[in-house]
Design a binder for this molecule. Structure first.
Ligand SMILES: Cc1cc2nc3c(=O)[nH]c(=O)nc-3n(C[C@H](O)[C@H](O)[C@H](O)COP(=O)(O)OP(=O)(O)OC[C@H]3O[C@@H](n4cnc5c(N)ncnc54)[C@H](O)[C@@H]3O)c2cc1C
Length: 348
């Protein structure tokens, strides 16, 4: 329905709609206004308007990393900026620019099918290209920062497009400048990745090697690794179409090696990995499991029986119930291990 919102603004605006189809947790919060945008002009038109829409906006990709805890009293803007193009090439690399509204996994498959290496370990992560730099998505030993070249983002106040290099983004573990210093200031419109012509396979993480063997993969290839990752993820993680979830709800906490040595004395089987030379990354799933949460369910909110790091909505849980469960988990981990869990999912 095209309705006129103010003198200057005509756009496809829906009012008071359920966001259930737009978030993988399947939370039935409502948005006061909802619109898609498929060009920067659309976006400008919305942000230029003198209407109250300007003040409260939620930029939405695939909705796979958010928990809606209430109705949204503003406008939800669903990013549908499309397009994939090769923008340059050098001896070792292909530079590919993708619209922020492209589906991430489809982008990975495009790279796999064309033999461009670097993102195969990131197969089957839900969501869109535009959110991939937000938290520097990562899996199976690879992060976006490893293939990132630059991005373009629209400044919501200045109304111009700015470019961000790898350094500008300040990527960290599930972190970027867009989650901290520039939170809610930019709309990422495209991302350019630097893919490798010659693959350097990374199979050391998780069960990739085991899965490749099980598949009977005769030789290592980007396609085989992508398929192995798809198989492992499908067997371990709940499919949001069946059970609402947003993947890992918490980050793996990073503590100093001294703190870790103390914990290890008390809990010899604690699961951890080195993180640089001075720090250790703890497996949050193990900590949560030790506190007895794995498989816990209250109403329709629960802790996934196969992976304690994933909180789930079995049907009709609301965002506050999931949030409350996360709060109780944080408190119990703090009490047992004196370790602070931080949420990875964006709370809205
Ligand atoms: C089953 C499952 C498995 C997952 N596994 C992983 C994993 O292995 N590794 C991992 O890192 N993540 C994982 N995730 C989390 C999630 O898929 C990623 O974080 C993904 O990048 C989110 O993309 P999205 O488009 O759905 O973002 P959304 O949920 O739509 O948005 C996330 C945040 O980014 C903001 N945002 C989105 N797009 C833009 C934009 N263009 N400009 C500015 N802000 C924007 C939103 O406002 C919101 O704050 C998993 C999720 C699920 C459901």
């Amino acid at each position: 329905m095209a309705i006129r919102q103010s003198e200057n603004l005509t756009m496809n605006l829906q009012q008071n709609i359920s966001l259930k189809p737009y978030n993988t947790f399947g939370i039935n919060s409502r948005a006061k206004y909802f619109s898609t945008f498929s060009s920067i002009e659309d976006l400008k038109e919305i942000l230029d308007s003198q209407s109250p829409l300007r003040n409260s906006q939620l930029i939405l990709g695939g909705g796979s990393n958010i928990l809606l805890t209430k109705d949204f009293d503003g406008i939800v803007l669903k990013n549908e900026l499309k397009g994939i193009e090769i923008v340059k090439e050098d001896a070792g690399h292909i530079y590919i620019k993708a619209g922020a509204g492209e589906n991430w996994h489809q982008f990975v498959l495009y790279c796999v099918n064309n033999n461009y290496a670097g993102v195969e370990n990131l197969s089957l992560i839900p969501g869109n290209v535009g959110a991939s730099p937000m938290q520097n998505i990562g899996a199976y030993g690879v992060e976006i920062k490893d293939v990132f070249y630059e991005l373009e983002a629209f400044h919501r106040e200045e109304k111009n497009i700015e470019k961000f290099s790898l350094q500008d983004c300040q990527f960290g573990y599930r972190e970027s400048v867009f989650k901290s210093k520039f939170k809610n200031q930019f709309v990422i419109t495209s991302v350019t990745y630097r893919l490798n012509k010659q693959p350097s396979f990374n199979t050391s993480y998780g069960a990739i090697n085991q899965e490749l063997e099980r598949m009977g993969a005769k030789e290592l290839s980007i396609r085989a690794i992508s398929q192995a990752v798809i198989n492992i993820r499908s067997s371990k993680l709940p499919d949001p179409k069946q059970i609402g979830n947003a993947g890992s709800f918490f980050k793996n906490p990073i503590i100093t090696n001294d703190q870790f040595d103390q914990l290890k004395k008390q809990f010899p089987s604690i699961v951890a990995f080195p993180s640089g030379s001075d720090h250790t990354k703890l497996a949050a799933g193990w900590l949560i499991e030790q506190c007895g949460w794995k498989g816990y369910r209250k109403g329709d909110a629960g802790c996934y029986p196969k992976q304690a790091l994933v909180l789930v909505n079995y049907g009709n849980a609301n965002g506050s119930e999931i949030f409350q469960l996360s709060e109780e988990i944080i408190q119990s981990v703090q009490k047992k291990f004196t370790v602070s869990l931080e949420r990875e999912v964006n709370i809205i």
